[in-house]
Design a protein around this ligand. Structure first.
Ligand code: NAG
Ligand code: NAG
Ligand code: NAG
Ligand code: NAG
Ligand code: NAG
Length: 427
């Protein structure tokens, strides 16, 4: 029996799954699984004559369930499509093989709308393991013993951020102690972790401005996208061309289901090969570039509030280890504020910018995180920055280990001028 199931696993895993997983799993946009992106090297990060003393980290919640809208889409559009795909393969010879059809046959969705956006089991694990690795790298800044004065944990008023914080502390401390960790009370209006949500000016000028989605729309209507929709439809054996909305939904669910379970590929990924996935990836990147990135100054100007919080911790007496659990929108605006991943020219819908640094699959996958670590050295204070657990060099610094004074000089004006009430007021 064991031999039989191993054999079965070997066949299925080797034939289609591993190849497809390899091809598209790194191009699933904001739904890319963190397990394909993090830095596995987790030994202590040492610099001569320096000691890691403080850490300040922002974390996007781990892998979550889809939104209510996408759950409804699964229950209606994708459920019907599954039957159409199977029917077309019964009446004509389609390109899917019997294994793949089997995967469709077995696909079912029993997600409850009430659990929309909840953190998944995989998301819990992402947080536990992220915490363990981070502590190994910076054992002095992140002590194994919990102390409610030196540790600070905050999350937004959402189940996924709250649970992410919770499981992160399970990774840091032993189970018993993690139950006594004090979390800052979450507030409905959180002007630090989710500053943009209640920024009236940003809501009006960016979020609800149709110009923000113009380039994405152009790309959605392009010849390249039309060909992609045709190709995806053919790969599934359909005799009609699927709409953009349907293919985007398939792409999202392909990302979610691949994130939820290791060694499992969602049948909704069968519509894509790497090239088609990259087209959808660019479509999603266009949205985030204009909504959460370099498109509008106001978008990233607001993130001064996070830099202010960082310097308060590093220059003041507050907590030595600060962990903030937030969202994609928070991380992207902060990355942009730091001038990271800026493409050479604005992303546009008329052609695909293949070499762009702005790529959600890399910079905004589930559990994305940005950490600043304060090193006390013989000749002063330095800051090390890590994104997705990899050391990065900030554009305003000469080296990875950057003097705290250099960073302060660069950001002090925007921090001193960081009045969110002013920045966000509609005149
Ligand atoms: C913080 O820890 C101290 C000492 O262990 C304890 O007396 C105090 O009640 C704790 N504070 C909170 C808010 O739990
Ligand atoms: C929307 O954005 C465009 C620039 O892309 C700008 O000219 C326009 O004023 C904005 N609309 C609103 C309501 O702010
Ligand atoms: C793509 O298809 C849409 C809808 O069928 C159509 O409106 C649009 O003109 C097509 N784009 C191109 C470049 O052919
Ligand atoms: C697709 O196939 C179905 C089932 O054979 C048929 O009813 C339908 O008319 C076909 N649609 C097109 C656009 O050919
Ligand atoms: C917190 O950091 C300060 C400054 O580096 C240090 O003096 C203090 O011992 C640290 N506290 C803990 C509990 O690590």
């Amino acid at each position: 029996m064991l031999l039989h199931s191993l054999f079965f696993f070997y066949i299925t895993f080797n034939s289609s799954l591993s190849i497809i997983i390899e091809d598209i799993s790194k191009h699933l946009g904001t739904r890319t699984p963190y397990r394909f992106k993090y830095n596995k090297e987790d030994s202590k990060i040492k610099y001569p004559h320096c000691k890691d003393t403080k850490i300040w980290m922002v974390v996007r919640h781990g892998t979550r369930l889809p939104s209510a809208k996408d759950i409804l889409g699964m229950n209606s559009v994708l459920k019907d499509l599954k039957h159409e795909i199977m029917f077309q393969h019964r009446i004509a010879k389609g390109p899917l093989n019997s294994e793949q059809l089997d995967d469709f046959e077995k696909w079912s969705n029993n997600l409850e709308i009430e659990k929309e956006k909840f953190l998944t089991y995989e998301g819990q694990n992402e947080m536990i393991l992220l915490a363990e690795r981070t502590q190994k790298r910076f054992p002095n800044a992140i002590k194994k013993e919990y102390n409610n004065n030196t540790f600070e944990f905050r999350y937004t008023a959402t189940q996924r951020a709250q649970q992410s914080a919770r499981y992160f502390t399970v990774g840091l401390f032993d189970k018993k102690i993690s139950q006594h960790v004090v979390f800052a009370p979450a507030t409905k209006i959180d002007m630090v972790l989710r500053f943009y949500k209640h920024c009236d000016k940003w809501q009006k000028q960016v979020k609800k401005n149709s110009s923000t989605y113009k380039e994405q729309k152009i790309f959605g209507n392009s010849d390249l996208m039309n060909k992609t929709l045709e190709s995806v439809s053919q790969r599934l054996g359909l005799n009609r061309t699927l709409s953009l909305d349907t293919v985007v939904l398939m792409y999202k669910i392909c990302g979610y289901e691949t994130s939820w379970r290791k060694n499992h590929l969602s049948p909704w990924c069968y519509g894509f090969d790497q090239n088609r996935a990259e087209v959808l990836e660019y479509y999603i990147d266009l949205k985030h570039y204009w909504l959460d990135g370099y498109g509008y100054d106001l978008t990233y100007r607001q993130a001064c509030i996070l830099m202010k919080n960082l310097f308060e911790r590093f220059r003041g007496d507050g907590a030595n280890a600060t962990f903030l659990f937030a969202h994609s929108g928070t991380l992207l605006k902060l990355l942009t504020h730091l001038e990271l991943y800026k493409p050479e020219r604005p992303l546009t819908g008329d052609s695909m910018n293949k070499g762009r640094a702005w790529r959600a699959s890399d910079i905004d996958c589930f559990a994305s995180n940005l950490a600043f670590v304060l090193y006390k050295c013989e000749d002063g204070d330095y800051v090390l920055t890590l994104h997705q657990e990899r050391i990065i060099k900030l554009p305003m610094c000469d080296k990875e280990l950057c003097p705290l004074a250099t960073l302060w000089d660069y950001f002090k004006d925007s921090i001193n001028d960081c009045d969110i009430g002013d920045i966000c007021r509609l005149n």
